[in-house]
Design a protein around this ligand. Structure first.
Ligand code: HEM
Length: 435
């Protein structure tokens, strides 16, 4: 459990947490305890342990986030809840992110990918992670609002960035601090969303996007959602969608850059589609996005290798017995996705990038880049779709050269290549006139 009071917080924040987990797993096995940020925690590094907490006994564990973070996102966002409220909200979010809903977004996602790549190419050196954050934010906006007036979009983006900075800062309301600025920006976002909702109600627009689903919802007693509940869930989805997707794309660009044979294989796959679409004059189709086996393998393997959500937190709501261990009520419980994804028992030679490994399905409950159970990611299909579309346009029209090519990692808080993978993007000869 580490030092009295401090526990292992210092080790957790000063060294690579994966090294700390690996050392403890080696010493104690798949179930071990620690003490982080004033909380006793049980860590579970086995597929069975993760399944117990997230799937079969999910009702015994509630999601848990620091209050300061909950306040910035909005306490009614679905991922802070369990039970009936969570199930209702989740259904709404899921229906706006279903395959039927997201396939309609393909033309807009394509247009967004094309302009994001053009922006990258305009810079001498682009910070890949920062540029991909802008791309995934735009796609998040599409899934929430379909089309959004550009002045609202600019205001939302500006204020969201301030909230994001404050989210990972020390929570104090002292004037001038990142947290206090974030609290103010969060209030401005509420006002902007209120304006958007008012306009939509006035125009009686019947969109099938997330905002449409949230506005249309009525529970069994005919009760609608409050504006706060709607706002918190919109910000929650943007928050869940942006940095996750952006960091995975950044890793993919690094892995492809570092492996020329793999890059050529992806290019060949995408060029065939490009040619069959009249050299990019026709839009990508849903069927084409479902039939990109090599590129899809790269995405799945990048999700495993980078394991950007390395673990998640839950809290035991009662004393729980697991496999001969007692997890006391109030203790935090952390299923360690990354440790499972990097266990040689489930993934041979786990430190090696091998996108062919997914030709055979992984063993049940060993592959959880999008979590598992009642809180598993409802945005996973959208994330994969937008990544495929971006890669299609990238490899058929651009070359990119990483400026600082090394294996150093930075935590933002998700792991990303150091300095966000600075890279030079240049249009391939002969593609200047396309689209
Ligand atoms: C590659 C990108 C992404 C990754 C790796 C990812 C990963 C995850 C994981 C691991 C969880 C579960 C967390 C837990 O159990 O504590 C989750 C939840 C969630 N994700 Fe994603 N996500 C991604 C993209 C997206 C996108 C694009 C959206 C929406 C447009 C989204 C929306 C959500 C929401 C709303 C939840 C909360 C679900 C609930 O509590 O019921 N995610 N995500």
């Amino acid at each position: 459990m580490g030092l009295p009071y401090f526990g292992e917080t210092l080790q957790f924040y000063s060294q690579d947490p994966n090294v700390l987990f690996a050392a403890k797993q080696k010493r104690y096995g798949d179930v071990f305890k620690t003490h982080i940020l004033g909380c006793p925690c049980v860590m579970l590094a086995s597929p069975e342990g993760a399944r117990f907490v997230l799937v079969t006994h999910a009702d015994l564990f509630k999601p848990t986030y620091p209050k300061s973070k909950e306040k910035l996102i909005g306490p009614s966002a679905l991922f802070f809840h369990q039970g009936q409220y969570h199930a209702q909200l989740r259904k709404l979010v899921q229906s706006s992110l279903s395959p039927e809903a997201i396939r309609k977004l393909i033309p807009d996602i394509e247009a967004t990918a094309i302009s994001s790549l053009e922006l990258c190419a305009k810079q001498r050196v682009a910070n890949t992670f920062e540029e991909m954050k802008k791309f995934s934010f735009e796609v998040g906006i599409l899934s929430i609002f379909s089309q959004l007036n550009s002045s609202y979009k600019t205001e939302l983006k500006k204020n969201y960035c301030i909230v994001d900075k404050g989210y990972n800062s020390f929570p104090t309301n002292l004037p001038g601090t990142a947290y206090q600025k974030a609290t103010r920006a969060r209030k401005r976002i509420t006002q902007i969303l209120s304006e958007i909702i008012r306009e939509r109600k006035e125009k009686k627009l019947l969109e099938k996007d997330l905002l449409g689903h949230l506005l249309d919802y009525k529970d069994g007693n005919g009760q609608s959602l409050t504006e706060d509940q709607i706002t918190d869930n919109i910000i929650g989805v943007l928050f869940a969608a942006r940095d996750t997707t952006a960091s995975v794309i950044t890793w993919i660009l690094k892995y492809l850059h570092d492996d020329h044979t793999l890059l050529e294989a992806v290019k060949n796959e995408q060029r065939m589609i490009f040619e069959s679409n009249n050299r990019g004059m026709l839009p990508l189709t849903w069927a084409q996005s479902r039939n990109m086996p090599i590129t899809s393998g790269v995405i799945l393997e990048s999700l495993r290798m980078a394991s950007i959500i390395s673990y998640t937190f839950r809290e035991a709501v009662v004393d729980v017995q697991y496999n001969g261990y007692l997890i006391p009520k109030g203790w935090k419980v952390m299923p360690l996705f990354r440790s499972i994804h990097h266990n040689p028992e489930f993934f041979a030679d786990p430190q090696k990038f091998n996108s062919s490994r997914f030709k055979v399905s992984p063993k049940p409950n060993t592959y959880m880049p999008f979590g598992n159970g009642v809180h598993a990611c409802p945005g996973n299909e959208l994330a994969k779709l937008e990544i495929l579309i971006l890669i299609h346009h990238l490899v058929t029209k651009y070359r990119w050269e990483v400026v600082e090519s090394n294996d150093a990692i930075q935590y933002c808080p998700f792991p990303v290549p150091l300095h966000g993978l600075p890279a030079k993007f240049r249009k391939d000869q002969g593609h200047e006139v396309l689209k």
